[in-house]
Design a protein around this ligand. Structure first.
Ligand code: SF4
Length: 142
């Protein structure tokens, strides 16, 4: 996996007060995976966008492509065309993530709520989805 790294300090140059107060729109599996974001991603634009997404305190849960996908080089015709996944498998991940977290599309949550649940569901999530993921090393140092 080819990724680049941008530090949070560097990215904060792009953060505004408004961003912190507003709401991001995210799909199910990103509610779990972004807890392990370490500044790596598919492109500079993609990474900067994630830092911006993470400055927003509230999250509106959406189905399908979200604010992270919007800057992803793998988003094609509103579908995930990643070399690692199919759009179908990503949708399954979203559904499973929301089931584990106890959230539904359309719900508005915040990162504190998510962080409180993630430790309890992480082992099940890892067992099902992290094994073959290219970011496993970044998230869990292995
Ligand atoms: S790889 Fe797919 S699910 Fe992940 S951000 Fe890109 S388009 Fe979205």
């Amino acid at each position: 996996m080819n990724t680049i790294l941008i530090s949070r300090d560097e990215s904060l140059k792009f953060e505004s007060e408004n961003d912190r107060e507003s709401r991001s729109k995210l799909r199910g599996h990103h509610l779990i995976c972004l807890n392990f974001f370490r500044g790596e991603g598919y492109s500079e634009d993609f990474i900067r966008n994630i830092y911006e997404v993470l400055t927003k305190k509230k999250v509106e849960i959406v189905s399908g492509p979200d604010e992270v996908c919007a800057k992803c080089p793998y988003l094609k015709d509103e579908k995930c065309a990643s070399h690692e996944y199919t759009d179908e498998t990503i949708l399954v991940q979203d559904k499973k993530a929301l089931g584990l977290l106890g959230f539904v599309p359309g719900e508005i949550v915040d990162w504190k709520m998510i962080a409180a649940i993630v430790p309890d569901i992480l082992e099940e999530w890892k067992a099902q989805f992290c094994e073959g993921c290219g970011y496993r090393e970044v998230c869990f140092n292995k």
